[in-house]
Design a protein around this ligand. Sequence first.
Ligand code: ATP
Ligand code: MG
Length: 426
Amino acid sequence: MSEALRAIKGMNDILPPEGAHWEWVEGRMRVLLARYGYQNLRTPIVETTDLFVRGVGEVTDIVEKEMYSFEDKMNGDRLTLRPEGTAGIVRAMIEHGVLHHGPLRGWMIGPMFRHERPQKGRSRQFHQLDVEALGYAGPDVDAELILLTRALWRELGLVEGRDVRLELNTLGQPAERQAHREALVAYFQAHTEQLDDDARRRLHTNPLRILDTKNPAMQALVEAAPKLSEFLGPESLAHFAGLCAILDAAGLAYRVNPRLVRGLDYYNLTVFEWVTERLGSQGTVCGGGRYDGLIAQLGGKGAPAAGFGLGLERLVLLLQTCELLPAPLAPDAYAVVPDAAAAPRVLLVLEALRAAGVAVVMHAGGGGMKSQFKKADASGARFALIFGADELAAGQVAVKPLRDGGEQRLLALADVASWAAELRTA
Ligand code: ATP
Ligand code: MG
């Protein structure tokens, strides 16, 4: 026997019955997105490396450390497996001039790839629901995106406040952030004697990171540092106030977290995350915000936009933890076929049943009546359909209820369609 092959580390298989959980979650998402008027779109999994360097930002964790990039040996192109969805969607919108016809609300579900250390809630291939509202300046659409996520939690049985909660921040505009950054550098420079080595190193590369220090000796210094909120102009403040007013009116509780920045370069104004305490350190289930500069940055005609990415692995894990995943759907019926020679005739009857909307599994692979009934039972089906030789000869099938009690009865093969209709209304 040759050696068995294994999946790539951090790239997981999703097998039954878990596949049914995924289908259920994705199904709820589809219904909900349609209710909000968001339309499905799909972009390629592979894009040019350049797209993400320009779109996500050169000095982000994703671009510096996490991308699966490679050279196409056929033509030397530099390619990358998409680490996130927004850059590709924006590229597609620009390429096809979609926004010339007006704004677009779109969504996509698909795999993303990041070379990270695999652990619970963190894998190298993972899946995101990506929802984007392109061409809208907000803050009404920012609120809509957040309310849509709340509606999704409710649809799935999650309770906001208990299972997930919302964190919110505003990043202002680039010029406001720049002014804040300069004030931070000046402030820390005036206190260099209190900075540790890490902070000294970050002072000119990324002074904002100093604010994340875990060093107790620096806490007081960091607490008293200039805050971004002090540098926000009236328009940025009004945008945030507008968003908060809608969320308040909708009764959605949130925490304003001035430390919330998100790991991608392109955000401005609104940023938000839905976090859970139930998954350990991989607690961010969904994150998003506004990215008004990205479309122009990728070569399009400038237009405002906002969106979010929701991690499906983490969501499914959370639903498992909260025991909210439904039992997999059982078939309506299981066909017991005592004599394999009858299979061709049985198959035709089953086709008629399926055409009439009945979910019916045919026993295959032979075996005695007893083992076939065991399988029928294990399938969770409500009925066993017994295609014995005598019944078939009489143009009939025996219908045996497996769950709700009741008598076994004989059904004429000619009547299976009306039996199917009976099942559907029962
Ligand atoms: P984290 O801080 O956990 O690394 P992130 O800020 O990098 O998350 P985003 O880029 O905002 O994540 O992606 C949106 C969502 O996608 C996350 O909130 C999370 O649910 C999911 N996600 C991101 N990276 C991974 C991963 N490696 N494995 C599984 N899910 C992920
Ligand atoms: Mg990350």
